[in-house]
Design a protein around this ligand. Structure first.
Ligand code: UD2
Ligand code: MN
Length: 353
């Protein structure tokens, strides 16, 4: 038998418990929406369930009765989400060509059933990474086709054995790509990074340079530091010109990505990013290349970005174009970009001291 007092106690305990439960539920919903706000309101993806990167491409088999009369939808209906990516064997160029029958000379593609809404140029700095390039082409062509983009792939090849210069090659890529088309968006793409989710659209943000590779496997799918801008990014030609392109003076590994992030800020823009759950990439494992040794001047250079960015970039770009060549899967630009300054005296030309 229970006393009236015990009843009362029980009543208040139940009331308190139900209130606590209610608060907890509210908190969870609130926390979830705050979380969505920070990370871009995107759904959580299940990366344990992946699809072949060539899924749905057969929907592009042309029907001769179809007349291309309207723009493609803003959001492509044939995206599949997380993709199966393996690096166990490197596909041959022949195999990639056979799987991408509607890619035309120079690595061009335009959707066949609708007018591509966005014109995207993918620009890849490259030297001596042929197997990485083939792997990337194998994954990137179907990825871009499923996004129903009008696109082309440009590979900018540094001739000779001088120290590698990623940022200068990207400047050359932009200048050359703009000769071919009126691109809405320039995607600056490391050769060894493969996107894991085709909802990570290769289109630009109207206002700000966008960092697409926000979550890479090599950094445990998170940003290594807040201002990080390496890997894959998307800028409109206007944004690119506003920041005076990329620096030409970073020879060897490192620093150029931080300079780019700084010039974005210094020119009054800011960086936008693909949400971490979407901006996932796998990097093909590799060692540091010979000819791309660490740039030991980079910290000094970065201290002077504020002073130099207006003079070092697209407006000071010099190179010798050796060839422009349309191969079946990409347009190849080969350039002689000169050599790193050998002595500190020459380095003063960069105005770094
Ligand atoms: C990181 C950044 C990269 C860049 C670099 C510093 C990632 C995933 N990427 O790359 O964007 O900021 O640090 O410079 O964190 N390459 C060649 N041949 C060479 C050397 C380089 O083709 O001999 C190209 C290629 O496209 C490669 C890119 O340059 O992906 C960056 O070089 P990396 O892959 O050796 O450097 P990594 O992975 O540390
Ligand atoms: Mn790499």
């Amino acid at each position: 038998m229970f006393s009236a007092r015990t009843d009362k106690q029980c009543f208040f305990m139940c009331l308190a418990a139900s209130q606590l439960l209610f608060i907890l539920l509210l908190y969870r919903r609130g926390a979830a929406s705050a979380f969505r706000g920070i990370f871009g309101g995107s759904p959580e993806w299940d990366y344990s369930k992946t699809q072949d990167v060539y899924t749905n491409l057969s929907l592009f088999i042309p029907d001769h009765r179809t007349v291309r009369a309207q723009y493609c939808p803003v959001s492509s209906p044939i995206l599949v989400g997380p993709l199966t990516i393996t690096f166990t064997e490197t596909p041959s160029l022949k195999k990639i060509q056979l799987k991408n029958r509607y890619v035309t000379s120079g690595g061009y593609f335009s959707p066949r059933h609708c007018f591509g809404r966005y014109r995207t140029a993918v620009i890849i700095p490259h030297r001596n990474r042929e197997s990485h390039l083939r792997t990337l082409l194998y994954y990137l062509h179907p990825f871009l086709q499923r996004q129903q983009l009008h696109y082309a792939i440009f590979v900018v090849h540094q001739a000779g054995n001088a120290t590698f210069n990623r940022a200068k090659l990207l400047n050359i890529g932009v200048r050359e790509a703009l000769r071919y088309d009126d691109w809405d968006c320039l995607i600056l793409h490391d050769v060894d990074l493969v996107p894991e989710n085709d909802h990570n659209l290769y289109i630009c943000d109207e206002y700000y340079p966008k960092h697409l590779s926000s979550a890479m496997d090599k950094f445990q799918y998170s940003l290594p530091y807040w201002a990080y801008f390496g890997g894959v990014s998307a800028v409109t030609p206007d944004q690119f010109m506003k920041i005076n392109g990329f620096p030409n003076t970073y020879w060897g590994w490192g620093g150029e990505d931080d300079d780019i992030a700084m010039r974005i800020r210094l020119s009054g823009l800011s960086i936008t990013r693909t949400p971490l759950s979407l901006g996932r990439y796998k990097m093909i494992p590799h060692d540091r290349d010979s000819g791309n040794e660490e740039n030991s001047h980079r910290y000094t250079q970065l201290r002077n970005t504020r002073k130099n960015w207006r003079d070092d970039g697209m407006n000071s770009l010099e190179f010798h174009l050796l060839s422009r060549e349309k191969t079946p899967l990409y347009t190849n630009i080969t350039a002689d970009i000169g050599d790193a300054p050998a002595t500190p005296t020459e380095a003063t030309k960069w105005r770094i001291f």
